[in-house]
Write a protein that binds this ligand. Structure first.
Ligand code: SF4
Length: 227
């Protein structure tokens, strides 16, 4: 299944670095992340938006960073982009219990314009500061497949040289031999117009059907000791 490009061994899916990767089950990690002050983004955001799903999930979907709605709700993918993604997941045949949803960065970054909070992209230092949380989620869940949504997540998972346009929808080997794929972020689809949006939407749906097919072909999940 793996394609021609292997990911960077120093990424969040390499072996955990002792003292750098938070430990514990998902509820413990979620509690610890509430207190995170590793970059300035916690100051203006409402709350930490940690991942959602079971430690037994077989697929880990990684987005970019929470938006306005996610910041207020404290849950990932609950805004318009989240609705598009959840509908695409449903049509793919992937079971919600098999999917863990998270983001590369766990706090909302924005600038105020009157009453509106405009999304800002987390910078490289903020992304790097948040990587131990993603590594910890990955180490706890040990999914069978990883899917990066959008360029920020793809660069985190596969390295800076990854091209979403050229390599979208292809499987690549991550450290430990786990296959990973990158596809469109649902927010990027919503920013497109007309036929471009239709095409990207169809590509996201096709990629997620590919994930469901790959999961159906994969070995049965390991027995786990819970969250
Ligand atoms: S964005 Fe990540 S690293 Fe920065 S404070 Fe929030 S949880 Fe910590």
């Amino acid at each position: 299944m793996a394609g021609s490009r292997d990911s960077d061994d120093s990424g969040p899916f390499a072996k955990p670095v002792e003292g750098e990767t938070p430990s514990g089950g998902l509820p413990t990690l979620r509690r610890k992340a509430v207190e995170c002050r590793a970059c300035p983004l916690w100051r203006d955001a409402t709350q930490t938006v940690f991942g959602e799903g079971s430690s037994r999930a077989r697929v880990m979907l990684i987005g970019e960073q929470p938006g306005d709605k996610e910041d207020l709700a404290g849950a990932p993918f609950v805004g318009p982009a989240g609705r598009l993604l959840r509908a695409a997941l449903e049509q793919s045949g992937l079971s919600p219990r098999d999917v863990y949803l998270t983001n590369t960065v766990k706090h909302f970054k924005f600038v105020r314009r009157g009453k509106v909070r405009l999304h800002q992209r987390a910078n490289a230092a903020e992304q790097a500061a948040c990587r131990p949380w993603l590594a910890a989620e990955f180490q706890r869940i040990r999914p069978q497949l990883v899917v990066a949504l959008g360029a920020m997540a793809a660069h985190t998972v596969f390295g800076r040289g990854f091209s979403l346009t050229a390599q979208r929808g292809q499987w690549h080997a991550l450290p430990a031999g786990i296959p990973g794929m990158a596809t469109w972020h649902p927010s990027a689809i919503l920013r497109k117009r007309g036929r471009e949006r239709e095409l990207a939407h169809r590509e996201l749906e096709a990629d997620l059907r590919g994930v469901a097919d790959a999961l159906a072909d994969a070995e049965p999940p390991r027995q786990d000791d819970g969250d």
